[in-house]
Design a protein around this ligand. Structure first.
Ligand SMILES: Cc1ncc(COP(=O)(O)O)c(C=O)c1O
Length: 454
């Protein structure tokens, strides 16, 4: 039974005309200012290619691919049909000691676009689950090969690796950590790479900061390499404000990991599936990690799914002992769910048909010109870009961090454009099907919002 709607919510809802008689009490929204939202809701009801339609029937240009996931644009017919057909054919298949053909097919397809040597795919249901799966795999891998003392996990300041306990422990965002107790033991962090003093307004990869990777040597000296299982970083940090890796940084991190037998995990939940102009950012930056975590674009956001892509040698290390025994005690009821696998295969077909896994490379110069044209606008203190990702950092309002950028977000919404903000950075990551005129529209509306927020 629906509870009665609080009068003030009803009034607020009516004032924006977008909720009708929708009850809004029960839904506790994730990562949302719930009370503010329910006073002035922003409800999306339909979507097609580059646009949402809101509850008032307004068209909204999607500047963030939903939430960095709808890389092929919305409601692509091939993906919709694949999900419909699969639901009618087989709704669920248990993934433990059983399987269905599309799970194998999708794993092969993902391995085929992954960096060479990364041929094994473990399915999860989200980015957060992919991260926790990869961390467990890393520790278990060292154990099965006789180095069970390698249990320490290293993350990076300003990292975002989802919201499960492993992910927030290696993550480096204080708001996501401080409420949740002591987190995982045996975790440490290397320094983040953000260096506006030397790198502000860099186009693409900043020139300065490769040496920041040496911070890993500091932790090796402190803990001893023999205790460290893995290092996890986002090749491009998204949720902490679009931080592009300095030239040479990831190469140096790889070298240090190799020197000390430490596994390197790239969290590609937002960079996977074409965002930087290649299937994975590992290929864009020419650095091959030991594991890649991904989700989002794997199914074009249509059905929840994540994956960990693993170097063959890591997988093979588990394949010892009696053949009738389970090799890795981990998995989810919905790992390789048939609907997700059907969506994933149709998504990869759509990416291939439309050339989307490399389209960001073609559009990057145009997109970079557009976002860097915001330099000089009021309070813009940095502009960062790579592939089809742009970050516009605004000077915070004195004593009120995040408020200026959030104001720009609300302003853009009023103008019919969906962006995202994190701290005082505006992030743009449109579907990879975006046209040049739509890039202009997106950036011009952001420009207007920035001016009005001055
Ligand atoms: C780099 C990174 N890792 C992990 C996650 C968590 O993914 P999910 O929200 O699907 O759990 C995200 C989500 O944005 C992400 O950006």
């Amino acid at each position: 039974m629906n509870k009665p709607i609080a009068p003030e919510l009803m009034q607020a809802a009516e004032s924006v005309g977008s909720t009708g008689t929708q009850a809004m009490d029960a839904y506790w929204m994730p990562f949302t200012a719930n009370r503010q939202f329910k006073k002035a809701p922003r409800l999306l009801t339909r979507a097609d290619r580059m646009h949402y339609v809101d509850a008032d029937g307004r068209q909204v240009l999607d500047g963030v691919a939903g939430l960095w996931c709808v890389n092929a644009g919305h409601n692509r017919p091939r993906i919709v049909k694949a999900i419909q057909d699969q639901a009618a054919e087989m709704d669920f298949a248990p993934p433990f000691q059983m399987a269905h053909p599309k799970a194998f097919e999708l794993a092969e397809r993902v391995a085929a676009i992954a960096p060479a040597g990364m041929g094994k795919v473990f399915f999860t249901n989200s980015g957060s689950e992919s991260v926790d799966t990869a961390l467990k795999m890393a520790i278990a891998y060292h154990r099965v090969r006789g180095e069970g003392q390698r249990t320490r996990l290293i993350g990076r300041e300003r990292g975002y690796h989802g919201v499960n306990f492993g992910g927030i422990s290696v993550g480096g965002m204080v708001a996501n950590r401080k409420h949740f107790g002591s987190l995982l033991a045996g975790v440490d962090h290397i320094r983040h790479t953000h260096d506006p003093a030397r790198n502000a307004f860099s186009r693409g990869q900043p020139a300065h900061g490769a040496e920041i990777a040496d911070d890993l040597e500091r932790l090796v000296a402190l803990h001893d390499a023999s205790t460290i299982a893995a290092v996890i970083v986002e090749p491009v940090a998204g949720s902490t404000g679009v931080l592009v890796p300095p030239q040479g940084y990831l190469q140096r991190l790889r070298e240090i990991c190799d020197r000390h037998g430490i596994l390197l995990i790239f969290d590609e939940v937002i960079t996977g599936f074409g965002r930087t102009g290649n299937p994975f950012a590992a290929q864009t930056f020419g650095v091959t990690p030991d594991m890649i975590t991904c989700a989002k674009g794997l199914t074009n956001g249509c059905v929840p799914m994540g994956a960990v892509i693993v170097r063959d040698a890591i997988h093979d290390a588990f394949m010892s002992g009696p053949e009738h025994l389970i090799e890795f005690f981990h998995g989810y009821t919905y790992s390789a769910h048939p609907l997700a696998c059907a969506a994933g295969i149709a998504t990869l077909d759509t990416y291939a048909d439309d050339g989307l896994l490399t389209r960001a490379k073609e559009l990057e110069p145009y997109f970079a010109d557009a976002v860097h044209s915001l330099k000089g606008e009021p309070n813009v203190i940095d502009v960062r870009n790579i592939g089809l990702v742009g970050g516009i950092e605004l000077a915070p309002l004195p004593g009120e961090p995040t408020k200026r950028a959030f104001g720009a977000f609300l302003d853009c919404w009023q103008q019919g454009v969906l962006i995202r903000t994190t701290g005082d950075t505006i992030a743009m990551s449109p579907p990879l099907i975006i046209e040049r005129a739509q890039i202009d529209e997106l950036v011009d509306k952001v420009r207007g919002a920035i001016r009005r927020a001055a």
